[in-house]
Design a protein around this ligand. Structure first.
Ligand SMILES: [Zn+2]
Length: 202
């Protein structure tokens, strides 16, 4: 069971790397193994996301401490925990793509998307008339404090599908590998179309 979860997560990471969404060792990826006690399979710090192997993944607890594995966890492991606890996510993907970084630079605290058919790829969205508001958090190197801010934002926006960190990247998630991958692909599409459409002639 755990071996299958390790394999499917590393396969997804490889696909994401190929799309150019996790360059230069950027990003981190996790999979819930158990909720109580919390055990999370997660990528180690500083590894090339094009060559992560199933056995490279660490197991961490609810305090972001390693319980299995030899490598160091990323500081951003802290940000996965409130997403599991507040959203019930089972798979979390954090990517540093060009389009999600551009989206994160939008002034204000929300990136809004509306009027696009592809919004229906987000779970629970049934019409292109939906307005999706993706919260933008100010980036910080104090990751435990940022995790607490993230927890408050997720509590205040229970329908959120994703969160942006300013000048940094995207967190999105799903109840399984399929949903997390779909949300990531849909959001990357929506960010690019929304930003590119701003330059269209009226
Ligand atoms: Zn990051």
């Amino acid at each position: 069971m755990e071996q299958a979860l390790r394999s499917e997560l590393t396969e997804l990471i490889g696909l994401i790397y190929e799309r150019g969404w996790a360059p230069g060792t950027g990003g981190n990826f996790s999979r819930v193994l158990s909720v109580d006690p919390l055990r999370l399979l997660i990528t180690p710090s500083g590894v090339d996301k094009g060559s992560v192997k199933p056995e490279d993944l660490l197991v961490v607890d609810e305090m972001a401490q390693v319980v299995q594995g030899a490598q160091k966890p990323s500081a951003e492991t802290w940000l996965h925990i409130p997403i599991v606890e507040e959203c019930g996510a089972k798979v979390i993907v954090h990517t540093h793509s060009i389009w999600n970084t551009l989206a994160s630079l939008t002034p204000g605290s929300l990136f809004t998307i509306n009027g696009l058919e592809m919004l229906k790829g987000l779970t629970g969205v049934a019409t292109h008339e939906h307005t999706e508001s993706v919260p933008i958090l100010e980036n910080s190197q104090d990751v435990p404090a940022l995790a607490e801010t993230l927890r408050k934002v997720l509590r205040s926006m229970p329908d959120a599908h994703a969160v942006l960190l300013r000048g940094h990247g995207l967190y999105t998630w799903g109840c399984d590998i399929f949903e997390a991958k779909r949300h990531l692909e849909i959001l990357e599409f929506l960010f690019e179309v929304t930003i590119r459409s701003r330059t269209l002639e009226p």
